[in-house]
Design a protein around this ligand. Structure first.
Ligand SMILES: [Zn+2]
Length: 170
C-alpha cells in the first residue's frame, strides 16, 4: 500500500509496535482518537455490544479475537487438539451470532467494519490502521457529500489568466 501517513501517524504506529502488551482494541481506539474520530465503546444497546461506535459516521467497528470469532484462514485460529468437537461447535455458534448481529446492524443503517486481532500484529499494524483510516474517510465522503446547490464552487478561470511574470517582481 502506498504510504500516505503523516509523520505523526507513523510515529504513533512505531510506538505501538515497540510497546508491549497493548490490547488490540486499545490500539485501534487510540489511533482513532488521535485521528480525530470520536466514538462510544461497548454499546450495550446495539446488537453484539460493538467495541467501537462512531455515531457521526453511523459506523461500527468490531475488534475480533481470531480464536473466539473463528477467523479463517488465520495462523491464530487453530482448534485445540482436545475437546475439538466442543470448541468447534462453540466457535461456530459465535460465528453465527456475529453474522446475525452484523445483519441486524446493517438492516438498521449501520456500516459494520471488522478488524481482526492478527491484522494488528507488528508486521501488519501500519497497513491495517492505514486501511482503516482510508475506509473511514470513504464512509465520511459518501455521507457528507455537499449538496451542489449549496456549496457549488464556480469555475473561475481568472486565476489561470493571471500573468505569471508578476510574481517575480515582488
Ligand atoms: Zn486472524
Amino acid at each position: 500500500m502506498t504510504d500516505i501517513m503523516t509523520p505523526e501517524q507513523r510515529h504513533f504506529c512505531m510506538s505501538q509496535i515497540k510497546g508491549k502488551n497493548t490490547k488490540p482494541e486499545i490500539m485501534v481506539r487510540k489511533w482513532l482518537w488521535r485521528n480525530g474520530y470520536r466514538y462510544r465503546i461497548n454499546d450495550k444497546r446495539l446488537p453484539g455490544k460493538p467495541d467501537i461506535v462512531i455515531s457521526r459516521l453511523k459506523t461500527i467497528i468490531f475488534i475480533n479475537g481470531c480464536f473466539w470469532h473463528g477467523h479463517t484462514p488465520c495462523d491464530k485460529f487453530k482448534l485445540p487438539k482436545t475437546n475439538t468437537q466442543f470448541w468447534s461447535a462453540k466457535i461456530t455458534r459465535n460465528q453465527e451470532r456475529d453474522a446475525a448481529n452484523h445483519m441486524q446492524l446493517k438492516l438498521t443503517g449501520w456500516t459494520v467494519l471488522v478488524v481482526w486481532e492478527c491484522q494488528l500484529k507488528q508486521q501488519t499494524l501500519i497497513d491495517t490502521l492505514q486501511a482503516l483510516t482510508i475506509r473511514l474517510s470513504q464512509i465520511y465522503l459518501s455521507q457528507f457529500r455537499p449538496k451542489p446547490t449549496t456549496y457549488a464552487i464556480e469555475s473561475d478561470t481568472s486565476f489561470a489568466a493571471e500573468n505569471n511574470t508578476d510574481y517575480g517582481n515582488q
